[in-house]
Ligand binder design. Structure first.
Ligand code: ATP
Ligand code: MG
Length: 570
C-alpha cells in the first residue's frame, strides 16, 4: 500500500477498465499536464434514463478519482426537440445521483465561435455551401462499397461560399435549401468523412438563443469543438460514435485547437427495458405510462419515484464495467443492487396486501396490547417500535391454505404458526361465504408465547406477518411488473412497433391493503421493507391517512420459486 499523495495515486481504488487505463497512461506521460477534464453532454430532448447513469458514473466517477473536473454540457444544437423542462430535469437527476458539475455549459453558448470557425474553414478552402437537397446529398454519398460523387457545388470559390454562408445566416434562404459542408473526401471509406454537413438552415426558435439564429450546427460539427473549448481531456461517448472519431479529430486539427480525445464505450442495454429517449417520449405522449416519472419507466425520475436509491444505481453502474462491445445486462442484476442497498437502510413495517381476516377466539374482545417490533435487523441504531395487537387481525391470503400442499408450512387447519413479534396461533376452523370462499379464519393463541417463543421450547415451522384490524390503516399499493414482456423489446414482428411488446399487466393497483398505523402519514419518498413482501416507497400521490406505496422490488420469495418449479400455484 502506498501513502503517497502524488496525483498519479487514484483517490480510491476502483475496479480498473480500459478508459481508466488510458487516463492513467496519460497521467504518467503528462499528456495533459496532469489534468483530467471530462463532460457529460446530454441532449435536452427528454429525461435521463438508467443508460445515462452509466455515462454519468463514468464521466464524473473517473474525474473524481483523479482529482479532475466534469462539466455538464447541454448539447442543444437541435432547436426543434429541446425544451427547458428537460434541462431542469437533467440537472435534478444528475444531482440526485450524487454528482456535482464544475462548469455548466450549453453548446449554444458556442454558436458564435462555431460560426467564426466555419468561416475560417471556408476561407481555408475546407468548407463549401451546397445547394443540393437532402435527398440528392444522400444519393451522392455512395455506399460502403462505392465511393461518393462530388457535388456540382463543391468547387465554388471562397468568395462565393463566404457570401452564401453569410446570407444563410441572415435568413435569406428557406429551410433545407442549402447547407454548409466540410470539404474532406467523397471517396473516404468512412462515410462520415464524405463531406459531412456542418450547418443546416432551420427557421426555428431555440430554447436559449431565441430567434438569433436560423442556421444551426450539426452535432458532429459542434461536439468536438465544444469539448475543445472546455479543454476536455477525455471525452467519453458510446460506441456508435466510433466511426465519427476521425471527423471529430479532423475539425480539431483543421482549426488547430485543443486536442480533446474521444473514447468510446458500450451502451448499457437492459433486458425488458427500452433505453431511448425517443421511444420513451412516445410512451409518454401516447399515455402508455402516467408520465416521464411513471415508476415503470427506466428514467431516473421514474426509478426514483419507484424507490431505487442513487447508491444502488451507482453500485450497479460501477459493477457492470465498460467494454468495447455492446451486450445486454439482466434487469435482475439492477434489482439485486437495489435490494442489497435497501436491505441495509429500509425500515421494516408490517403490511398485508391481500387481507384475510383472522379471529383469535380466546383473546379478550376488549383487549389490545403493544408488541415490540425491530425496525431494522441490519441496523441496531434504527431501534424498535410498538405495533398494536388485538383479537381480530389480517393476514395475507397467501399465508393460509385450507388444504396445504406438501412443503407448505404456513397457516392451515390444525397447524400452529408464529405471528411475527406476537404469539403462536393455531387454526381451529374457517368460515366461508355462499360462494365457498374463505372469509374468516378462526384461531386460538397461546398466551405463554408472547414475543414469539413458547416456554416449553415448542417449535413452529413458519412465521407470518399480520396487522391488527381495528388499528390498521388502508393503503393503496401499486405493484409493478416489467413494462415490456419481451426480453428484448426492440424485437418486433413485421409491421409492428415496440409498443406491441408492452406488458398489459405491468401495473396492478391494490386499493385496500392494510398497514400498521405508524405508516398513516408516511412521508413521500420514504422507503420501507414490508416484511416478507418486498421494498416499497411512499408515492407523492399519498394523502394524510391514505398512504400510497409503490413496490420498488419484491423480496426473493423462496416459496414462489418452489411453487413455480412444481407448477402447483393455485
Ligand atoms: P438516447 O438514444 O436515449 O436519446 P443519446 O445517446 O441520444 O441517447 P444523449 O443525451 O446524447 O442521449 O446522451 C448523453 C450521453 O449519455 C452521451 O455521452 C451518450 O453516449 C450517453 N448515453 C446515452 N445512452 C446511453 C446508454 N444506454 N448507455 C451508456 N451511455 C449512454
Ligand atoms: Mg441523442
Amino acid at each position: 500500500m502506498s501513502t503517497s499523495n502524488s496525483p498519479l495515486q487514484p483517490n480510491a481504488p476502483r475496479p480498473s477498465n480500459f478508459i481508466r487505463d488510458i487516463i492513467l497512461d496519460d497521467l504518467n506521460t503528462n499528456k495533459y499536464e496532469g489534468r483530467v477534464q471530462t463532460r457529460f453532454p446530454p441532449e435536452p430532448n427528454g429525461y435521463l434514463h438508467i443508460g445515462h447513469a452509466k455515462a454519468i458514473c463514468l464521466d464524473f466517477g473517473l474525474a473524481d478519482e483523479f482529482n479532475g473536473h466534469t462539466n455538464l454540457r447541454f448539447d442543444d444544437t437541435n432547436p426543434e426537440k429541446e425544451e427547458t423542462e428537460y434541462v431542469e430535469s437533467i440537472m435534478a437527476d444528475v444531482k440526485w445521483l450524487g454528482f456535482h458539475w464544475d462548469g455548466l455549459f450549453y453548446a449554444s453558448d458556442y454558436f458564435d465561435q462555431l460560426f467564426e470557425w466555419a468561416v475560417k474553414l471556408i476561407r481555408d478552402g475546407k468548407a463549401y455551401v451546397d445547394d443540393l437537397s437532402a435527398e440528392e446529398i444522400r444519393k451522392h454519398r455512395g455506399t460502403l462499397t462505392e465511393p461518393g460523387t462530388d457535388s456540382p457545388y463543391r468547387n465554388r470559390t471562397v468568395e462565393e461560399n463566404l457570401d452564401l454562408f453569410e446570407r444563410m445566416r441572415k435568413g435569406e434562404f428557406p429551410d433545407g435549401s442549402r447547407v454548409l459542408r466540410a470539404k474532406i473526401d467523397m471517396a473516404s471509406p468512412n462515410l462520415n468523412m464524405r463531406d459531412p454537413v456542418m450547418y443546416r438552415i432551420l427557421h426555428a426558435d431555440h430554447h436559449r438563443t431565441g430567434n438569433k439564429w436560423c442556421i444551426y450546427p450539426m452535432y458532429d460539427y459542434a461536439h468536438g469543438q465544444s469539448d475543445s473549448l472546455e479543454r476536455v481531456t477525455h471525452s467519453m461517448c458510446t460506441l456508435e460514435f466510433e466511426d465519427h472519431r476521425p471527423l471529430y479529430n479532423w475539425f480539431i486539427e483543421q482549426l488547430g485547437i485543443f486536442p480533446s480525445q474521444q473514447i468510446e464505450f458500450d451502451r448499457l442495454n437492459l433486458t425488458h427495458t427500452l433505453l431511448s429517449k425517443r421511444k420513451l417520449l412516445q410512451l409518454v405522449q401516447e399515455k402508455r405510462v402516467s408520465g416521464w416519472d411513471d415508476p415503470r419507466m427506466p428514467t431516473l425520475s421514474g426509478i426514483r419515484r419507484r424507490g431505487y436509491t442513487p447508491e444502488a444505481i451507482r453500485n450497479f453502474c460501477n459493477s457492470i464495467g465498460v467494454s468495447k462491445t455492446n451486450g445486454s445486462i439482466e434487469l435482475a442484476m439492477l434489482e439485486h443492487f437495489v435490494r442489497e442497498d435497501l436491505n441495509k437502510r429500509a425500515l421494516r413495517v408490517m403490511a398485508v396486501l391481500r387481507p384475510l381476516k383472522v379471529v383469535i377466539d380466546n383473546y379478550p374482545a376488549a383487549q389490545s396490547e403493544e408488541m415490540d417490533a425491530i425496525n431494522n435487523p441490519e441496523d441496531a441504531s434504527a431501534g424498535s417500535r410498538k405495533v398494536p395487537f388485538s383479537r381480530v387481525l389480517y393476514i395475507e391470503q397467501d399465508d393460509f391454505r385450507e388444504e396445504p400442499p406438501k412443503g407448505y408450512f404456513r397457516l392451515s387447519p390444525g397447524r400452529e404458526v408464529r405471528l411475527r413479534y406476537a404469539y403462536f396461533i393455531t387454526c381451529t376452523s374457517v368460515v366461508k361465504n355462499d360462494a365457498g370462499e374463505i372469509i374468516e379464519v378462526h384461531c386460538t393463541y397461546d398466551p405463554a408465547s408472547r414475543g414469539g417463543n413458547s416456554p416449553d421450547g415448542r417449535k413452529v415451522k413458519s412465521t407470518i406477518h399480520w396487522v391488527s384490524a381495528e388499528h390498521a390503516v388502508d393503503a393503496e399499493v401499486r405493484i409493478y411488473e416489467n413494462l415490456f414482456s419481451k426480453e428484448n423489446p426492440s424485437e418486433v414482428e413485421d409491421g409492428q412497433d415496440v409498443l406491441s411488446n408492452l406488458n398489459p399487466n405491468s401495473l396492478e393497483v391494490i386499493s385496500r391493503a392494510k398497514i400498521e398505523p405508524s405508516m398513516s402519514n408516511a412521508e413521500p419518498g420514504g422507503r420501507y421493507q414490508f416484511e416478507r413482501l418486498g421494498y416499497f416507497c411512499v408515492d407523492p400521490d399519498s394523502k394524510p391517512g391514505k398512504p400510497v406505496f409503490n413496490r420498488t422490488v419484491a423480496l426473493k420469495d423462496a416459496w414462489a420459486r418452489v411453487e413455480k418449479k412444481q407448477g402447483t400455484k393455485r
